[in-house]
Design a protein around this ligand. Structure first.
Ligand code: ADP
Length: 257
C-alpha cells in the first residue's frame, strides 16, 4: 500500500463522556493511530480540552470566557494523556496550536508546514488543536471540523478522516428519522444541502453535520478527500484505512471526470 498522509479529527462527543475524558475510547483511538502510523503519515486533530479541564476547574460552561479558561487548563492535561499512552508504544507526540488566522498567512502556513514535515521525518505524531484562548471558533461553532479541513488542505494530506458520534452521513438526520439511509459515497455537496441543514439550532451547536459537510465541500473543491465514520466503534475506519475495504462510513470523493 502506498504511504498516505492522513489527518484524523476526533470530536468532543467521542473524547468525552458526562463532561470528563472518555479514557477507554481515547486508549482505543491511540492503539488505532499507532497501527496507522506503521504505514502512513498521521496528524491528529483533537478536541477535548474543555472536558479535560473541567475536572480540574469547574466554572459555568455557558459563558464562553469560562470555557476558554477551562480549555487552557485542559489542553496540557489532554496532551499528557496522549503522551503517556503513546510513550508505551514508542511514539513521541508534538503539540501544535493553530487557528484559521495561521492559514490566512502564507508565512505562518509555511512555518507550520515545515514543522510538520520535520515531525513526520522523525516519526513524531503531531496533535493539533485550536488555540482556545485567542479564538472562540472551536468552542462556539466548528468543534475543529473547519480547522481539520484547513490542516488537511495546507499540509497536503491525501485524506481527512472525521471520527464522530455518527457512523456516516445520512440522507436525513438519523436521530429524527428512523428511515434515514447512510450514503456510502458522496461526490459533491450542493449549497442547498448545506442551507437545508443550517437550522438556527445547528448554527450555535458545536460541530453537528453542517460543519462536517462544509469541511467536505471545501476539500472536494480542492480535489481532496474526506471520510466520515464512527469514533465509538473504530472497525469501519480500521477496515477502510488498514484493509482497503469500505464497509461503513461515508467517503467524500470527487467523481472521476
Ligand atoms: P462530533 O461531536 O462527533 O463532531 P456532532 O455530534 O456534533 O459530532 O455531529 C454529528 C451529529 O449530527 C449526529 O449525531 C446527528 O445527530 C447529527 N446529524 C444531523 N443530520 C445528520 C445527517 N444527515 N447525517 C448524519 N448525522 C446527522
Amino acid at each position: 500500500m502506498k504511504k498516505k498522509r492522513i489527518v484524523i479529527k476526533v470530536g468532543s462527543h467521542v473524547l468525552s463522556q458526562q463532561g470528563r475524558l472518555a479514557r477507554d475510547r481515547i486508549m482505543n483511538l491511540c492503539d488505532f493511530l499507532a497501527d496507522l502510523m506503521l504505514e502512513h503519515e498521521v496528524v491528529l486533530v483533537s478536541s477535548g480540552a474543555v472536558a479535560a479541564g473541567y475536572t480540574k476547574l469547574k466554572l459555568d460552561k455557558s459563558i464562553v470566557g469560562n470555557k476558554q479558561a477551562i480549555a487552557a487548563v485542559g489542553q496540557p492535561y489532554l496532551i499528557s494523556v496522549y503522551q503517556k499512552k503513546f510513550e508505551k508504544q514508542g511514539i513521541v507526540v508534538a503539540q501544535m496550536l493553530l487557528g484559521a488566522d495561521d492559514f490566512d498567512s502564507r508565512r505562518r502556513t509555511r512555518h507550520a508546514k515545515n514543522t510538520v514535515e520535520i515531525l513526520f521525518k522523525n516519526g513524531v505524531l503531531p496533535i493539533i488543536n485550536e488555540n482556545d484562548v485567542t479564538t472562540t471558533e472551536e468552542l462556539v461553532f466548528g468543534d475543529n471540523d473547519q480547522l481539520s479541513a484547513h490542516v488537511a488542505h495546507h499540509f497536503d494530506a491525501d485524506l481527512l478522516v472525521i471520527l464522530s458520534d455518527i457512523d456516516g452521513y445520512y440522507d436525513s438526520d438519523p436521530r429524527e428519522n428512523p428511515d434515514a439511509r447512510m450514503l456510502k459515497i458522496v461526490h459533491d455537496i450542493n449549497q442547498e444541502d448545506l442551507e437545508k441543514m443550517h437550522t438556527p439550532n445547528h448554527e450555535f451547536a458545536t460541530g453537528g453535520i453542517v460543519t462536517k459537510l462544509k469541511a467536505a465541500a471545501f476539500l472536494l473543491s480542492a480535489n481532496q478527500e474526506m471520510f466520515l465514520a464512527s469514533g465509538f466503534d473504530l472497525s469501519d475506519v480500521r477496515s477502510f484505512l488498514l484493509e482497503g475495504q469500505h464497509k461503513g462510513g461515508t467517503y467524500f470523493k470527487k467523481a472521476l471526470s
